[in-house]
Design a protein around this ligand. Structure first.
Ligand SMILES: [Zn+2]
Ligand SMILES: [Zn+2]
Length: 278
């Protein structure tokens, strides 16, 4: 496994990479642009190539792109859907320019049109977009806390979407704080073992490609998405320990998305996670 953080945009790419390296990151995640905006800046292939080379030099991989929160493939609004499609396409292309293999996407909010309808729309939208995506970049659906009309908080819902495509077309990014909020017990060895077994049976562990390792301020099953520093929230360290010490592939990324990203808390959280490794 490889351990890293979600990198802030503030301060600039190069500075943040050297900081991430200095505190021991082996992988990083970033937003391709303002996470609450509809547009990415104009592409600059020379600059992006330079940045990709810097990551190579620093041995930081994989680079993971987290798509903007605005993108919602399950939205009932045609205008919103059109904007979502364009921004997702741009994000996939941007990831390819950085030689990033993964784009993480929150599964979506059906906005009142219903779970079935929402999931159907996600599948249809991805199916139409797939031929236009760079082949080296894979879309990973992130499980959600399940608040409001959010889809993808259960392994079952993720499985329905993934299984609509040939195996390996899409992957999953699993967030511990979201799973916890959605009612999965991530805080005990038994809970983690059951969760991984369910994942294997319903989706297949080979499709789990990134883990967001976050503690949660909210209670298990609360459907509230509030991340906390590792060991300071409601999820017991026993669960994190059990999760981290599975037999993960050598380049499998664990990403911290804990509060106050960009502060010294990054180092503290990385140290806490490292202390759990056996
Ligand atoms: Zn996310
Ligand atoms: Zn996450």
């Amino acid at each position: 496994m490889r351990l890293g953080i979600h990198m802030p945009l503030k301060g600039g790419f190069e500075k943040n990479i050297s900081r991430a390296k200095a505190i021991g990151c082996e992988t990083v995640q970033l937003f391709p642009g303002n996470p609450t905006g509809w547009r990415l800046g104009a592409p600059d292939p020379v600059l992006f190539e330079k940045r990709a080379s810097l990551l190579d030099e620093q041995q930081i991989y994989p680079l993971i792109f987290h798509s903007a929160y605005l993108i919602n493939l399950a939205t009932p609004s045609p205008d919103f859907l059109q904007k979502s499609k364009l921004l997702l396409q741009a994000t996939m292309e941007r990831a390819a320019m950085y030689r990033s293999p993964y784009v993480v996407l929150h599964t979506g909010n059906h906005g009142g049109q219903g779970v079935e309808q929402g999931i159907e729309q996600i599948i249809k939208t991805i199916d139409e977009a797939l031929p236009h995506w760079p082949p080296a970049v894979k879309l990973l659906l992130e499980n959600t806390a399940g608040s409001g009309t959010a889809l993808g908080s259960s392994l079952e819902e993720l499985a329905v979407i993934l299984k609509s495509f040939p195996p390996g077309t899409l992957g999953v990014c699993f967030d511990t704080a979201h799973a916890w909020a959605a009612g999965y017990d991530c805080g005990s060895r038994k809970g983690i073992e059951e969760l991984l077994e369910q994942f294997e049976n319903k989706i297949g562990l080979e499709h789990l490609l990134v883990i967001h390792i976050n503690d949660s301020k909210a209670a298990c099953g609360s459907r509230v998405d509030r991340h906390e520093h590792i060991g300071r929230g409601a999820i017991n360290l026993e669960g994190f320990k059990a999760l981290l010490n599975q037999n993960w592939p050598a380049d499998f990324p664990f990403i911290l998305e804990t509060p106050e990203i960009g502060s010294d808390w990054d180092r503290v959280n990385l140290e806490t996670v490292c202390s759990l490794l056996e």
